[in-house]
Design a protein around this ligand. Sequence first.
Ligand SMILES: [Zn+2]
Length: 293
Amino acid sequence: MEMSLKGYLASGRVLIADGATGTMLMAAGLPAGAAPEIWNIEAPVQIMALHQTYLEAGSQIILSNSFGGSPIKLAKYGLAERAVELNHAAASLARQAAGDRAYVAGDIGPTGELMEPLGELTPDTAFEAFKLQAEALVEGGVDALWIETMSDLEEARAAVLAAKQVTHLPVFCSLSFGIKSRTMMGVSAGRAAAELWPLGLAAVGANCGEGLDMIPEVLRQMREAAPDAVLIAKPNAGLPRIVGKETVYDVGPDDFARQMQGFVELGARVVGSCCGSNPEYIGALTAALAGQG
Ligand SMILES: [Zn+2]
């Protein structure tokens, strides 16, 4: 890319991210019950191919295949000891795919454990796990870290603080909101932005979640709570429905792109798609935004 990611974000231009990884890998044959991160070692060609399809569709920043790469999450698959190796591989595959024509964000998702007092996860344990993951991703050559799909504010904070401790690269954080603009753990969009943006984020916003209808309210609350924030909108392709044995999402690429254009008008500057989407969604979004420009 011709400029640093910080410079790009400061320019106020829209940055197009990628779409779903997990649902795409399952479609590509990732066995049910397998950790997607194991494919960074065992099927790197598939991971590279997925990155390539998003880059060809117009993604300017792609997320590494490391969503479940915290050692706490990997422990559920007996892979905790391989956390450094799997995250490093995720970052370097994304870097190889993007070369210098797109930015790479090291993806960090939730641990899957509940924080105290509901569960046993403590802020310190979460911090250490995210720190190990963040270090391996940075070492693997990313341009940014992107903490996503968070619903617990304390877990999100632990991840942001860990990321900020290991790198001066831009750190993004997006949370997953339900239809009432609150996360599963009850955190409002306004509170999330008010507490996370001052930690020194490069962008804050929403990804995944229950469809697209809550995005305008999420953006409004975040803008009010953090007027200077760079806002992210990377929602699912609508709501999931079970048809036969398959899960399908109810918003198609063109409808998705049209709604996303509206979110850009409301201030979103980092845009993309999440579960149920594929490169067609990013292609439609890229075309729609080019027409708007
Ligand atoms: Zn999702």
